[in-house]
Design a protein around this ligand. Structure first.
Ligand SMILES: Cc1cc2nc3c(=O)[nH]c(=O)nc-3n(C[C@H](O)[C@H](O)[C@H](O)COP(=O)(O)OP(=O)(O)OC[C@H]3O[C@@H](n4cnc5c(N)ncnc54)[C@H](O)[C@@H]3O)c2cc1C
Length: 453
């Protein structure tokens, strides 16, 4: 019997005595399948890789999930050679994304602070424009123009203070089971916050009202209080490549897992055309609304945890059209430009030049647009991306605590941004929790109020 087989046998014996088939924390190397090559699956694979035999399955042709660097992990012949533009995940908050930045330090991937990062403008349907202070500074208008922009912000600034006071006073229990609408109303500040949520979670504006307060409120509070945005000048897929190149384990691309079933002693992972492979444990890092379709033997609890998630495909567009600004006589562009349209509807346009270290003074001005509709001239479109995104309703998220408490039952571990803030920090923290349970690597990342360990 090989060492590997001995280890597996020892594990099976241990597991037989364990309730619910939980794998006891062990130093014995196991065969671990990680399903999903987005941020959470990559982090789980990397953290577990030294201690276990990891196989990472990703259904797409490239790793990264929502990380889509056009010219990087997303090939694009229309783009000049050497140019890399982020058309998915673009930036990270250094102050609150402590786990993510600890991981980047361990991978030796530089994440410089983005000068002017976090600035945002709200371009309203009635023609008014509201620019956050950093956006005002970056527009380089005259002193009079700046003063007018600042005065226009006063009602929103007062409403911001009320939102922060109200949400600070709300206990985390008060955020459970309610949607973010509990804290918003019918004013410009609320439109701004809903538009930021549309942006952060790539949800259509009309779906934002259903987002769980437990996820939305901490994110908005962070944004309003203390962000320091970082970026990757060569594209976010820089870190994806670094992980791929450093893994000892196997990465299987174009590998859509179609079924997972569990016994007390093993996990079977099924792929169409590739048969069934057996593992000692599985980390499921796919979007939460895709989980139940994967499980051949879902338990009552698992149906509870995942039954309320919904989601689907959205499209983002990488383009060079500055028309939406010219038509509104707006001079500067920010990474968080939010639009309400006179004919109805809302969208965002994220300016990419600053992120990619390109000149902001001269064209081409690259942006990433979502739900901007006819505002974008099709002849300026460089690339389109499809993303499978979950909707984070209060009903779905209220089951998270129970799922996290049972993480690892039936040899099944859960990872994903949805288990935290819905962003990269949540993805990495969920993987850290799995690694801790399976005896993998640890990262030293201080917990913050909104990201408890
Ligand atoms: C357009 C957009 C921009 C964003 N920008 C930011 C940002 O700037 N900063 C930030 O922190 N967050 C951002 N986010 C949020 C982002 O969702 C999270 O940060 C994080 O990338 C999610 O990682 P994940 O691993 O949880 O999920 P995903 O990235 O969704 O990864 C899941 C993976 O599982 C794979 N998969 C699914 N089913 C199967 C199957 N059956 N078999 C095999 N593989 C499967 C998928 O192909 C995918 O690769 C953005 C999201 C979107 C959509």
């Amino acid at each position: 019997m090989t060492t590997h087989e001995t280890g597996r046998l020892a594990l099976a014996v241990l597991a037989r005595g364990a309730t619910l088939g939980t794998v006891p924390a062990t130093r014995v190397a196991m065969r671990v399948a990680v399903i999903g090559g987005g941020a959470s699956g990559l982090a789980a694979a990397w953290l577990l890789d030294q201690a276990h035999h990891v196989t990472l399955f990703e259904q797409r042709a490239a790793l990264g999930g929502h990380v889509r660097t056009v010219g990087g992990n997303v090939p694009c012949p229309a783009l000049a050679p050497g140019l890399r533009l982020d058309a998915g995940v673009i930036e990270f908050d250094r102050r609150t994304f402590t786990a993510f930045h600890a991981w980047m330090r361990a991978l030796a991937v530089p994440c410089p602070t983005l000068v002017g990062g976090g600035s945002t403008s709200l371009l309203l349907a009635d023609g008014r424009h509201l620019h956050a202070p950093v956006a005002i500074a970056m527009q380089r208008g005259g002193a009079l123009e700046d003063a007018a922009d600042t005065l226009r912000l006063i009602p929103t600034a007062l409403r911001r203070r009320r939102f922060l006071a109200q949400t600070r006073a709300a206990s985390s229990a008060a955020l459970e089971r309610v949607s973010v609408e509990r804290f918003l109303s019918d004013d410009d500040f609320s439109t701004w916050m809903r538009s930021l949520l549309m942006y952060a979670y790539s949800m259509h504006y009309e779906q934002v009202a259903g987002i769980a307060a437990a996820m939305a409120v901490p994110m908005l509070r962070d944004f309003l209080e203390r962000c320091e945005w970082t970026h990757m000048p060569d594209g976010v897929s820089t870190y994806v490549d670094r992980v791929r190149d450093s893994l000892r384990g196997q990465v299987v691309l174009d590998a859509r897992v179609t079924g997972v079933s569990r016994t007390l002693a093993s996990v079977s992972v099924e792929r169409s055309g590739a048969g069934v492979e057996r593992f000692d444990a599985v980390v499921i890092a796919v979007p939460p609304h895709r989980v139940l379709a994967l499980l051949r033997d879902a338990s009552e609890e698992e149906r509870e945890w995942f039954g309320d998630y919904a989601g689907g495909e959205i499209t983002t567009v990488l383009h060079t059209d500055t028309g939406p600004y010219e038509r509104r006589a707006v001079k500067g562009f920010t990474e968080f430009d939010l639009f309400a349209f006179a004919q109805g509807g809302h969208g965002y346009n994220a300016y990419l030049n600053r992120l990619a270290g390109l000149s902001c003074a001269a064209p081409p001005h690259y942006s990433l647009a979502f739900d901007m509709g006819a505002e974008i001239d099709p002849s300026t479109v460089v690339h389109r991306q499809q993303h499978d995104v979950a909707r984070y309703s209060a009903e779905a998220l209220e089951k998270r605590a129970s799922l996290l408490a049972a993480n690892g039952a039936r040899r099944t571990y859960w990872a994903g941004a949805y288990l935290g803030d819905g962003l990269h920090e949540g993805a990495v923290r969920s993987a850290m929790a799995v690694s801790e349970r399976l005896g993998g690597r640890t990262l030293s990342a201080p917990a913050t109020a909104d990201h408890p360990r």
